[in-house]
Design a protein around this ligand. Sequence first.
Ligand code: ADP
Length: 400
Amino acid sequence: MKILVVNAGSSSLKYQLIEMDNEEVICKGGVECIGIEGSKISHKVNGKEYVIEKPLANHTDAFNLVMECLTNKEYGSISSPEEISAIGHRVVHSGEAFTTAAYIDDKAMKDLESIAHLAPLHNPASLACLKSCKSIVDCPNVCVFDTAFHSTMPKKAKLYAIPYEDYEATQIRKYGFHGTSHKFVSQEAIKYLKSKNLPYSNIITCHLGNGSSITAVKDGKCVDTSMGMTPLDGLIMGTRCGCIDAAAVEMLAEFKNMSTKEMTNYLNKKCGFLGVSGVSSDFRALCKAIEEGNERAKLAFDMFAYQIRKYIGSYSVAMEGLDCIVFTGGIGENGPVIREAVCDNLGFMGIEIDKEYNKKAPRGELVDVSAKNSKVKILVIPTNEELVIARETEEVVKSL
Ligand code: ADP
């Protein structure tokens, strides 16, 4: 069974065609600048990249071009669209409408439309892409939500202390994001810990990338996570401020003379590593600036490590124990320096990292960087969100 995984942004569309028999990626690519100048597709297959530059007015144009590449006589991977058994869509926000991956029929389409406003930068793009896919390829479409893995959070963890009837009327609460990643790495960690006869009940997964979030996974289920109603909450990130006093936002808005919308944009795009360091939102650039003695870059780094440590402390209490910490995402997988800073001096919690091995551990595979005497396992696990989407899509399609 071949499944096409698509991930639509407001001006982008990433895709992977996956053969589910062996879970191999047949080809993948991305369309950029949809609806704006400079639109193009980069299609990768068998180690080669094909780039086509072409005006693309909307997601339908973009998806048509994806299908042209997939079925191209010279470098295509399928001879006709019928070879695609299903399309799995990454959708950022599920609101209260969905708690698991869902087959998209007319009713589900209406439900999706009704929650589009909850993630105005993301969900409308997914909807546009979904409509294009439905009109161009005749196969089941399944939505896999970033928020779904977190739907098991108890109310005491997911509600904000606003009047209950306002929560009921607006659905405003903590949802959490990066769910497919937290799900994938926690399941991989459980497999690994089981294979070593180690405890696997209490796991903290740290997804650290441009966007970062931390999740407490008890007995395979999410019980708390750091992002909120939107991905702005929680940790300091590349350009997002993370947790901030809501009343300070009003003060900042007055100082900057900004509207609410402008303020939200500022908190999402101008803050975080970029705002604190004044250097870059990119973790590698931050580390380079630290080496050159930039104190604000060091401050941004220290804030990041400090906040991750605080989450590890609070989630250990939330789960009443800790068996394993997982690092994933661009920074978590490739940044030994942040793993060391996070785990430093936490021996009192049974957390001991093997500093030497952590530095030289191979990349691109599961590695155990905990010291021999560490009670808590410290794992680095490459995430694979597309594979989770493909697996869940397959499961939904098989149950139809
Ligand atoms: P996104 O949230 O956009 O998916 P990624 O998970 O790809 O982001 O992570 C991007 C971050 O990972 C950037 O801050 C980048 O600097 C960092 N990163 C990527 N490769 C490395 C590396 N080799 N060493 C340190 N940081 C890295």
